[in-house]
Design a protein around this ligand. Structure first.
Ligand SMILES: O=C(O)CCC(=O)C(=O)O
Length: 275
Protein backbone atom coordinates (compact mmCIF):
# COMPACT_ATOMS: atom_id res chain seq x y z
CA UNK A 1 0.00 0.00 0.00
CA UNK A 2 1.23 3.48 -0.72
CA UNK A 3 -0.22 6.68 0.63
CA UNK A 4 0.31 10.10 -0.93
CA UNK A 5 0.43 13.32 1.07
CA UNK A 6 -3.30 13.90 0.70
CA UNK A 7 -4.00 10.35 1.89
CA UNK A 8 -1.88 11.02 4.94
CA UNK A 9 -3.78 14.23 5.65
CA UNK A 10 -7.06 12.35 5.39
CA UNK A 11 -5.69 9.61 7.65
CA UNK A 12 -4.62 12.07 10.31
CA UNK A 13 -7.97 13.89 10.18
CA UNK A 14 -9.81 10.58 10.64
CA UNK A 15 -7.42 9.55 13.38
CA UNK A 16 -8.02 12.77 15.30
CA UNK A 17 -11.80 12.31 15.14
CA UNK A 18 -12.15 8.55 15.54
CA UNK A 19 -9.00 7.44 17.37
CA UNK A 20 -8.45 4.52 14.99
CA UNK A 21 -7.61 3.65 11.39
CA UNK A 22 -8.33 0.55 9.34
CA UNK A 23 -5.86 -0.47 6.64
CA UNK A 24 -7.72 -3.14 4.66
CA UNK A 25 -5.65 -5.90 3.04
CA UNK A 26 -2.43 -4.24 4.15
CA UNK A 27 -0.38 -7.45 4.31
CA UNK A 28 -0.36 -10.09 1.59
CA UNK A 29 -0.80 -13.79 2.26
CA UNK A 30 2.91 -14.50 2.08
CA UNK A 31 3.83 -12.14 4.90
CA UNK A 32 0.98 -13.29 7.08
CA UNK A 33 1.92 -16.93 6.43
CA UNK A 34 5.45 -16.22 7.62
CA UNK A 35 4.17 -15.12 11.03
CA UNK A 36 1.71 -18.02 11.33
CA UNK A 37 4.41 -20.50 10.26
CA UNK A 38 6.79 -19.08 12.84
CA UNK A 39 4.22 -19.51 15.63
CA UNK A 40 3.51 -23.10 14.50
CA UNK A 41 7.21 -23.85 14.35
CA UNK A 42 7.78 -22.39 17.82
CA UNK A 43 5.02 -24.57 19.26
CA UNK A 44 6.46 -27.65 17.57
CA UNK A 45 10.05 -27.07 18.61
CA UNK A 46 9.68 -25.42 22.01
CA UNK A 47 10.83 -28.41 24.07
CA UNK A 48 13.67 -29.47 21.78
CA UNK A 49 14.93 -25.93 21.16
CA UNK A 50 14.14 -24.02 24.35
CA UNK A 51 13.87 -20.26 23.87
CA UNK A 52 13.39 -17.23 26.07
CA UNK A 53 9.73 -16.71 25.24
CA UNK A 54 7.08 -16.06 27.86
CA UNK A 55 3.43 -17.01 27.46
CA UNK A 56 0.27 -15.96 29.31
CA UNK A 57 -1.90 -19.08 29.49
CA UNK A 58 -5.60 -19.78 30.07
CA UNK A 59 -6.59 -16.15 29.55
CA UNK A 60 -9.84 -15.10 31.18
CA UNK A 61 -9.84 -17.98 33.70
CA UNK A 62 -8.68 -18.24 37.32
CA UNK A 63 -5.85 -20.52 36.04
CA UNK A 64 -4.25 -17.75 34.01
CA UNK A 65 -0.46 -17.71 34.46
CA UNK A 66 2.60 -16.08 32.96
CA UNK A 67 5.16 -18.79 32.37
CA UNK A 68 8.01 -20.08 30.19
CA UNK A 69 6.79 -21.07 26.76
CA UNK A 70 9.31 -23.92 26.42
CA UNK A 71 7.78 -25.74 29.40
CA UNK A 72 4.03 -25.56 28.72
CA UNK A 73 2.11 -28.72 27.73
CA UNK A 74 0.41 -29.00 24.30
CA UNK A 75 -3.01 -28.58 25.93
CA UNK A 76 -2.22 -24.88 26.56
CA UNK A 77 -2.58 -24.28 22.83
CA UNK A 78 -6.24 -25.31 22.93
CA UNK A 79 -7.49 -22.28 24.83
CA UNK A 80 -6.82 -18.53 24.77
CA UNK A 81 -3.20 -17.58 25.29
CA UNK A 82 -0.91 -14.67 24.60
CA UNK A 83 2.62 -15.34 23.33
CA UNK A 84 4.69 -12.33 24.33
CA UNK A 85 7.31 -10.31 22.53
CA UNK A 86 8.28 -12.39 19.50
CA UNK A 87 9.68 -9.12 18.13
CA UNK A 88 12.62 -9.38 20.54
CA UNK A 89 13.98 -12.52 18.89
CA UNK A 90 12.49 -12.88 15.42
CA UNK A 91 13.36 -10.69 12.47
CA UNK A 92 10.32 -11.91 10.51
CA UNK A 93 8.09 -10.38 13.17
CA UNK A 94 10.07 -7.12 13.27
CA UNK A 95 9.79 -6.89 9.49
CA UNK A 96 6.00 -7.07 9.78
CA UNK A 97 5.35 -4.85 12.79
CA UNK A 98 7.82 -2.29 11.44
CA UNK A 99 7.00 -2.80 7.79
CA UNK A 100 8.26 0.41 6.13
CA UNK A 101 4.85 1.71 5.11
CA UNK A 102 3.24 0.77 8.41
CA UNK A 103 6.07 2.33 10.45
CA UNK A 104 5.72 5.47 8.34
CA UNK A 105 2.02 5.73 9.15
CA UNK A 106 2.60 4.98 12.84
CA UNK A 107 5.37 7.60 12.91
CA UNK A 108 3.12 10.14 11.30
CA UNK A 109 0.40 9.55 13.91
CA UNK A 110 2.91 9.69 16.77
CA UNK A 111 4.74 12.74 15.45
CA UNK A 112 8.14 11.01 15.23
CA UNK A 113 9.76 7.67 14.56
CA UNK A 114 7.97 4.54 15.75
CA UNK A 115 9.40 2.44 18.59
CA UNK A 116 8.01 -1.07 19.10
CA UNK A 117 8.11 -2.02 22.76
CA UNK A 118 5.96 -5.13 22.87
CA UNK A 119 4.16 -7.64 20.68
CA UNK A 120 1.43 -10.12 21.59
CA UNK A 121 0.44 -13.12 19.45
CA UNK A 122 -3.04 -14.50 20.01
CA UNK A 123 -4.48 -17.66 18.51
CA UNK A 124 -7.97 -17.22 20.02
CA UNK A 125 -10.01 -14.24 21.13
CA UNK A 126 -8.52 -12.48 24.13
CA UNK A 127 -11.86 -12.11 25.94
CA UNK A 128 -10.21 -9.10 27.54
CA UNK A 129 -12.49 -6.63 29.31
CA UNK A 130 -12.81 -3.22 27.69
CA UNK A 131 -9.91 -1.00 28.70
CA UNK A 132 -7.50 1.68 27.54
CA UNK A 133 -3.85 0.80 26.98
CA UNK A 134 -2.66 3.57 29.30
CA UNK A 135 -3.86 1.26 32.14
CA UNK A 136 -0.63 -0.69 31.74
CA UNK A 137 2.11 1.25 30.00
CA UNK A 138 1.27 4.94 29.68
CA UNK A 139 3.61 6.90 27.44
CA UNK A 140 5.95 9.50 28.90
CA UNK A 141 3.96 12.11 26.95
CA UNK A 142 0.21 12.07 26.30
CA UNK A 143 -0.76 10.87 22.80
CA UNK A 144 2.67 9.37 22.07
CA UNK A 145 1.53 5.77 22.13
CA UNK A 146 -0.62 3.62 19.89
CA UNK A 147 -1.22 -0.01 18.97
CA UNK A 148 -1.62 -1.98 15.78
CA UNK A 149 -3.68 -5.15 15.46
CA UNK A 150 -3.11 -7.47 12.50
CA UNK A 151 -5.52 -10.13 11.38
CA UNK A 152 -3.54 -13.31 10.77
CA UNK A 153 -6.65 -15.01 9.38
CA UNK A 154 -10.24 -14.10 8.45
CA UNK A 155 -12.02 -13.32 11.70
CA UNK A 156 -15.35 -15.00 12.37
CA UNK A 157 -18.03 -13.26 14.50
CA UNK A 158 -18.12 -16.25 16.87
CA UNK A 159 -14.40 -16.21 17.62
CA UNK A 160 -14.52 -13.17 19.97
CA UNK A 161 -13.47 -10.32 17.66
CA UNK A 162 -11.81 -7.15 18.83
CA UNK A 163 -14.30 -4.44 19.77
CA UNK A 164 -13.74 -0.70 20.00
CA UNK A 165 -15.61 2.50 20.77
CA UNK A 166 -15.06 5.09 17.99
CA UNK A 167 -14.09 8.52 19.25
CA UNK A 168 -13.66 7.35 22.86
CA UNK A 169 -10.02 8.50 22.83
CA UNK A 170 -11.41 12.04 23.25
CA UNK A 171 -12.91 11.18 26.65
CA UNK A 172 -10.73 12.86 29.29
CA UNK A 173 -8.47 10.12 30.72
CA UNK A 174 -9.73 8.61 33.96
CA UNK A 175 -7.26 9.05 36.80
CA UNK A 176 -7.10 6.43 39.54
CA UNK A 177 -6.33 7.36 43.16
CA UNK A 178 -2.59 7.19 42.30
CA UNK A 179 -3.24 10.32 40.21
CA UNK A 180 -2.35 8.34 37.07
CA UNK A 181 -3.99 6.33 34.32
CA UNK A 182 -2.26 3.15 35.64
CA UNK A 183 -5.04 0.83 36.66
CA UNK A 184 -5.87 0.03 40.29
CA UNK A 185 -8.00 -3.13 40.19
CA UNK A 186 -10.16 -2.24 43.20
CA UNK A 187 -11.17 1.03 41.53
CA UNK A 188 -12.32 -0.49 38.24
CA UNK A 189 -16.05 -0.24 39.09
CA UNK A 190 -15.65 3.57 39.34
CA UNK A 191 -13.74 3.60 36.04
CA UNK A 192 -16.50 1.64 34.26
CA UNK A 193 -19.22 3.94 35.69
CA UNK A 194 -17.26 6.94 34.41
CA UNK A 195 -16.84 5.40 30.96
CA UNK A 196 -20.52 4.38 30.75
CA UNK A 197 -21.59 7.95 31.44
CA UNK A 198 -19.07 9.48 29.04
CA UNK A 199 -19.96 7.04 26.23
CA UNK A 200 -23.68 7.74 26.72
CA UNK A 201 -23.10 11.50 26.70
CA UNK A 202 -21.35 11.16 23.34
CA UNK A 203 -23.70 8.51 21.92
CA UNK A 204 -20.77 6.12 21.34
CA UNK A 205 -21.63 2.48 20.63
CA UNK A 206 -19.15 -0.42 20.37
CA UNK A 207 -18.13 -1.78 16.96
CA UNK A 208 -16.74 -5.30 16.39
CA UNK A 209 -13.85 -5.54 13.97
CA UNK A 210 -14.64 -8.39 11.59
CA UNK A 211 -11.28 -8.29 9.92
CA UNK A 212 -10.12 -10.10 6.83
CA UNK A 213 -6.70 -11.80 6.80
CA UNK A 214 -4.04 -9.12 6.30
CA UNK A 215 -6.14 -6.19 7.56
CA UNK A 216 -4.51 -3.85 10.05
CA UNK A 217 -6.28 -1.81 12.71
CA UNK A 218 -4.44 0.99 14.49
CA UNK A 219 -5.78 2.48 17.70
CA UNK A 220 -4.92 5.41 19.94
CA UNK A 221 -3.72 4.44 23.43
CA UNK A 222 -6.81 6.13 24.94
CA UNK A 223 -9.29 4.34 22.67
CA UNK A 224 -11.62 2.17 24.78
CA UNK A 225 -11.49 -1.39 23.40
CA UNK A 226 -11.42 -5.06 24.34
CA UNK A 227 -12.18 -8.59 23.17
CA UNK A 228 -15.82 -9.65 22.70
CA UNK A 229 -16.91 -12.89 24.39
CA UNK A 230 -15.93 -16.05 22.54
CA UNK A 231 -19.09 -17.80 21.30
CA UNK A 232 -17.40 -20.81 19.69
CA UNK A 233 -14.23 -21.86 21.55
CA UNK A 234 -13.19 -24.03 18.58
CA UNK A 235 -12.82 -20.99 16.34
CA UNK A 236 -9.34 -19.58 16.18
CA UNK A 237 -8.73 -15.84 15.90
CA UNK A 238 -5.08 -15.44 15.02
CA UNK A 239 -3.87 -11.90 15.52
CA UNK A 240 -0.76 -9.93 16.32
CA UNK A 241 -0.92 -6.85 18.57
CA UNK A 242 1.96 -4.38 18.75
CA UNK A 243 2.38 -1.36 20.97
CA UNK A 244 4.48 1.57 19.84
CA UNK A 245 5.90 4.63 21.57
CA UNK A 246 7.58 7.53 19.88
CA UNK A 247 11.36 7.01 19.74
CA UNK A 248 12.07 10.61 20.76
CA UNK A 249 11.02 9.92 24.38
CA UNK A 250 13.57 7.07 24.65
CA UNK A 251 16.69 8.59 23.13
CA UNK A 252 18.41 8.55 26.54
CA UNK A 253 18.22 4.72 26.42
CA UNK A 254 19.98 4.73 23.07
CA UNK A 255 21.74 1.38 23.65
CA UNK A 256 18.31 -0.30 23.75
CA UNK A 257 17.05 1.25 20.51
CA UNK A 258 17.61 -0.93 17.44
CA UNK A 259 16.92 0.48 14.02
CA UNK A 260 14.86 -1.61 11.61
CA UNK A 261 14.42 1.01 8.87
CA UNK A 262 14.30 4.79 8.48
CA UNK A 263 10.82 4.94 10.04
CA UNK A 264 11.11 2.62 12.96
CA UNK A 265 13.06 1.11 15.83
CA UNK A 266 12.44 -1.60 18.36
CA UNK A 267 13.15 -1.52 22.06
CA UNK A 268 15.66 -4.20 23.07
CA UNK A 269 14.86 -5.33 26.60
CA UNK A 270 14.71 -8.58 28.57
CA UNK A 271 11.65 -10.79 28.18
CA UNK A 272 8.87 -10.54 30.79
CA UNK A 273 9.33 -12.36 34.07
CA UNK A 274 7.17 -15.45 34.80
CA UNK A 275 4.86 -15.24 37.81
O1 LIG B 1 -7.19 -8.60 20.60
C1 LIG B 1 -7.92 -8.36 21.53
O2 LIG B 1 -8.96 -8.98 21.76
C2 LIG B 1 -7.59 -7.26 22.51
C3 LIG B 1 -6.15 -6.94 22.56
C4 LIG B 1 -5.92 -5.76 23.42
O3 LIG B 1 -6.83 -5.14 23.87
C5 LIG B 1 -4.59 -5.29 23.76
O4 LIG B 1 -3.62 -6.02 23.51
O5 LIG B 1 -4.48 -4.18 24.30
Amino acid sequence: MTAGRSNFDAMVAKWNTDGYLVLPGFFDNKRIARVNDLVDELWDSRAAKPNQLIIDTFLGTPETRRTRFSTVPDQVRESPYKLNDLYLDYEDVRQVVLDKELAKIVGLLLGGKALVFNTLNFEYGSGQDDHVDTFYMPPKQANRMLASWMALENISPDSGPLRYYPGSHLIPPYLFSNGKTNVIGAELPAFYSYMKLELEKRGIEPVSFLAGRGDVFIWHAQLFHGGTPIIDPQQTRRSLVTHYYRTAEYRHLFWRLKKVNEHGYYYRRPHQTPH
